[in-house]
Every structure is written in structure tokens, then in C-alpha cells.
Design a protein around this ligand. Structure first.
Ligand code: PGA
Length: 251
């Protein structure tokens, strides 16, 4: 009942030409994936041209971040309106690299989610604990804080439009994936939190993606877990063969 979603986060990789080439290959790899949704997130500079490449295909376009104001004197920032204009349907919000290196907080994440929703963009909201937090047994406390503060004052109607991505920070780009059981345990916790915030019905429809060293080798096992509804893929989304295999995961 929850349609699986596989999203590729290209991070700060690919020139415009390279991005268009990769997008073409992903379009053909995604041609047979009717029962699942595929979204790619190239860097800002490539969005508009990749949008042209994706036209008429089933692959959606995401930005990797946004600012919450519509326009004005905010040097270096990109507004929700601009992302819509460039052809985006989705936007990643609160990625751990933004939290770690660019001062993103639960409060700014919340403002960005609201701005994305009012522009009609689907936010892919990233949450996840640091290694030290997991080792200190604080995983659930961190997740709970990120959800309650990040989704503060969001209505049930809006919440129904969200996608949540659980990305344990220690698993991102490290080759160390959470085991399917470890990920499932946290996804189940996230869904129970969402039920407390927005009610069981909405929580049951929301998709919770897993992210952190997802590869062609581990995707099938991850997708077998009942509360894992898709993946947010970094490194392995940069190559057509590996991303192609991931989007064509075997159920
Ligand atoms: P990774 O990145 O797949 O390279 O670990 C995931 C992410 O940061 O979204």
C-alpha cells in the first residue's frame, strides 16, 4: 500500500553535461519500474537541464536543499519557487551533511519543510543519529527530538505529503550499512512517533526511506523489512549500473 521510493542524492557531483548523461541512463533503467517511484537529486546547476531530460519519463526531480523565503536579499540561497520553476517535484531537507557542515538545525529544517510544502514540493526529511549518540544509547531520543522539532506545527494534512529518510550518520559514505534489523527497529520507532504526532492512519501511509551505504548488494534485504519503504542513495546513485540495480530491487 506504500509505493516504494528510491531517491538518488548526487551531492556535490556532476557537471551539467555529466548530469544529463547520467539522467538519460537512469531514465532507461527506470523504464520497467512501474510499481515504484524513482527520484534523482542533481546539484542546483544541473536541475533545469536534467528536468528537460526527464520530461515524459517516470523519474522525478529533487533539489538537495532550499531556503524558506520566496525571494529577496539572501545571497547564495535558492527559493522553493525557483526549484518549482526549474522542474523539481521533491526537495531533500535536513540532510546530515547540511546539519554537520552548514549549521542546519531542527528549527531551520522545520522552516524549510513548511516552505517546501506551501510551494507544492514534496520534502524528503532526513533524520538520523551520530555514531556517538548510538553508542550512548541515545538513538531513539535523537530521532524523537528531530521529528518533534523538525515537524513542529505541521498539520496532519501536510504531514501526509512528507517523505521521511532515516540515515544513521555513521552509515553515510562509510560502507557501514545498518543491518536490515537495525534499520527496521528504528523505522518502526519512527512510525510510532509519527502515529503519536499525526495519528495512526497518516503514519501508516507515510514512506520512511533508509539511507547510508545502500548498494546493489544490500538493497534487496533492506527492502524486505516491513517498515522500509525505499532508499535514499548517495555514492551508489552516481553510477547507472549500481543505481539501475537498486531501483530494480527484487521484492
Ligand atoms: P551514501 O549516502 O549512500 O553514499 O552512504 C547516503 C546519503 O547521504 O543520502
Amino acid at each position: 500500500m506504500r509505493r516504494p521510493l528510491i531517491a538518488g542524492n548526487w551531492k556535490m557531483n556532476k557537471t551539467i553535461g555529466e548530469a544529463v548523461e547520467l539522467a538519460k541512463e537512469i531514465v532507461s533503467a527506470a523504464a520497467k519500474t512501474g510499481d515504484r517511484e524513482v527520484v534523482i537529486a542533481p546539484p542546483f546547476t544541473a536541475l533545469a537541464l536534467v528536468a528537460d531530460t526527464l520530461k515524459g519519463s517516470s523519474v522525478g526531480l529533487a533539489a538537495q536543499d532550499l531556503f524558506w523565503e520566496e525571494k529577496g536579499a539572501f545571497t547564495g540561497e535558492v527559493s522553493p519557487l525557483m526549484l518549482k520553476d526549474a522542474g523539481c517535484s521533491h526537495v531533500i531537507v535536513g540532510h546530515s551533511e547540511r546539519r554537520q557542515y552548514f549549521g542546519e538545525t531542527d528549527e531551520t529544517v522545520c522552516r524549510k519543510i513548511k516552505a517546501a510544502l506551501s510551494a507544492g514540493l514534496t520534502p524528503i526529511v532526513c533524520i538520523g543519529e551520530l555514531l556517538s549518540e548510538r553508542e550512548e544509547g541515545k538513538t531513539f531520543a535523537v530521532i524523537e527530538r528531530q521529528l518533534r522539532q523538525g515537524l513542529n506545527a505541521i498539520s496532519g494534512e501536510d504531514a501526509a505529503k512528507l517523505v521521511i529518510a532515516y540515515e544513521p550518520v555513521w552509515a553515510i559514505g562509510t560502507g557501514k550499512t545498518a543491518s536490515p534489523d537495525q534499520a527496521q527497529e528504528t523505522h518502526d520507532f519512527i512510525r510510532r512517533q509519527l502515529a503519536e504526532l499525526f495519528g495512526k492512519d497518516i503514519a501508516e501511509t507515510l514512506r520512511i526511506l533508509y539511507g547510508g551505504s545502500v548498494t546493489p548488494e544490500n538493497i534487496d534485504d533492506l527492502m524486505r523489512m516491513p517498515d522500509i519503504d525505499g532508499a535514499l542513495v548517495g555514492g551508489a546513485s552516481l553510477k547507472p549500473e549500481s543505481f539501475g540495480r537498486i531501483i530494480n530491487f527484487i521484492n
